[in-house]
Design a binder for this molecule. Structure first.
Ligand code: PLP
Length: 406
């Protein structure tokens, strides 16, 4: 019997790896020093640990240790990259290019700059698989463009963008390229040199590390990227991010990054296998189900599916012992369908029917079998109660039906 509840929402966050916790533990008690204390051994020990983590994380993306700035998470890193570049380069231009399926940390940073009158932003569309077209990026560049910000892989549908091509275009046009690689680092090969990335955001808690610690990679050479900080204070992190470093968290991020990169090959293969199995079982047992995201250029642990005639939220309620995520986010009082799924051109009903399965390091084959079984059972139960599904099965074209209210 599998142990319940089952966690299959690893794009939202991941449990910590025990090896990461073991690396962190000494830095809460015996090695509690402030990494900025330059005049005693407590400070030196903390600084040494931070330096090691910086080296581990730099190695994971082919950067140099001094190019890694520690932050509180990818949300802060995205804010720093976008607002920091726009502010610093304001005499050069004020145009930013991004895409409609970016994480809110990117989109809302762009919106805040627009509201403040500090930037004009182009939001590029995506194709039906959620992929941005590099030619669209090229066409959007003007002589006022200072930044392109496109994610490595999407957190809802797992689609992997052609970032090396986008990086090449950015270099060619002399525009900086920021990449939110929070879902990419440790899961797919990422190389800031090969992909022409100038700024990169990542977060520990998406790769089996602790919550509340992230990084921003800031290219030092070719070109040297400049930023205006958003937090002022003691001048930590080369003046780009003041505040006492979260030493234990940083040590955890370093350990998590090293493990993720070392084990990436086998882990990706294992997750892809489990994911494909889950996908195959659902598609074999159920009709009227649709894959959201790219069929092949997709994160190995990602499966996002719309179950027609079933509300995602109702499905979640019916499978309480399985932790997955629905495409409808309770952003406000109203239940809005996911803007990412909507951007694929999916109609509103189907967008409301989407479920995201996020497989991770600790999921097992037994869990996948259980989830496939439970979801199939629940979808069938909900459809049995659905007059719409019944009508569709009888061959009635629902779009032609005139709905009367009385
Ligand atoms: C989780 C996530 C973030 C936010 O990261 P935090 O460290 O939780 O602030 C940003 N971008 C993407 C793509 C994410 O998946």
């Amino acid at each position: 019997m599998v142990k319940l509840p089952i966690y299959m929402d690893n794009h939202a966050t991941t449990p910590m790896d025990k090896r990461v916790l073991d690396a962190m533990l000494p830095y809460f008690m015996e090695k509690f020093g402030n990494a900025a204390s330059r005049n005693h051994s407590f400070g030196w020990a903390a600084e040494e640990a931070v330096d090691k983590a910086r080296t581990q994380i730099a190695a994971a993306i082919n950067a140099k240790p001094k190019e890694i700035i520690f932050t509180s998470g990818a949300t802060e890193s995205d804010n720093l990259a976008i607002k920091g570049v726009v502010e610093f380069y304001k005499d050069k231009g004020n145009h930013v290019i991004t895409c409609v399926t970016e994480h809110k940390a990117v989109l809302d940073s762009c919106k805040a700059l627009e509201r403040a009158g500090k930037a004009t932003v182009t939001y590029l569309p995506v194709d039906k698989y959620g992929m941005v077209d590099p030619d669209d990026v090229r066409r959007a560049i003007t002589d006022k463009t200072v930044l392109i910000t496109i994610m490595a892989a999407n957190n809802e549908i797992g689609t992997i963008h052609p970032i090396a091509e986008i990086g090449r275009i950015a270099k060619e046009k002399g525009v900086l390229f920021h990449c939110d690689a929070t879902q990419g680092v440790g899961k797919i090969a990422l190389d800031v040199e090969a992909a022409g990335i100038d700024l990169l955001s990542a977060s520990a808690h998406k790769i089996y590390g602790p919550k509340g610690v992230g990084i921003l990679y800031v290219r030092a050479k070719g070109p040297r990227v400049r930023l205006t900080p958003i937090i002022d204070g003691g001048g930590h992190e080369r003046g780009l991010r003041s505040g006492t470093l979260n030493v234990a968290g940083i040590v955890g991020f370093g350990a998590a990054a090293e493990i993720a990169v070392r084990e990436m090959g086998q882990e990706a293969a294992r997750l892809r296998n489990l994911r494909d199995k889950l996908q195959a079982e659902l598609f074999e047992r159920l009709d009227e189900i649709y894959l959201n995201g790219h069929p092949t250029q997709r994160l190995p642990g990602n499966l996002n599916v719309s179950f027609a005639y079933v509300e995602g939220e109702s499905l979640l309620m019916g499978i309480k012992d399985v932790a997955v995520s629905s495409g409808s986010a309770c952003t406000s009082a109203t239940l809005e369908p996911s803007y990412v799924i909507r951007a694929l051109g999916t109609d509103e009903e189907l967008a409301h029917s989407s479920i995201r399965f996020g497989l991770g390091r600790f999921n097992t084959e037994e869990e996948v079998e259980y989830v496939a079984q439970r979801v199939t059972q629940e979808v069938r139960r909900l459809r049995d109660m659905s007059p719409l599904y019944e009508m569709a099965k009888e061959g009635i074209d629902l779009k032609s039906v005139e709905w009367k209210r009385d």
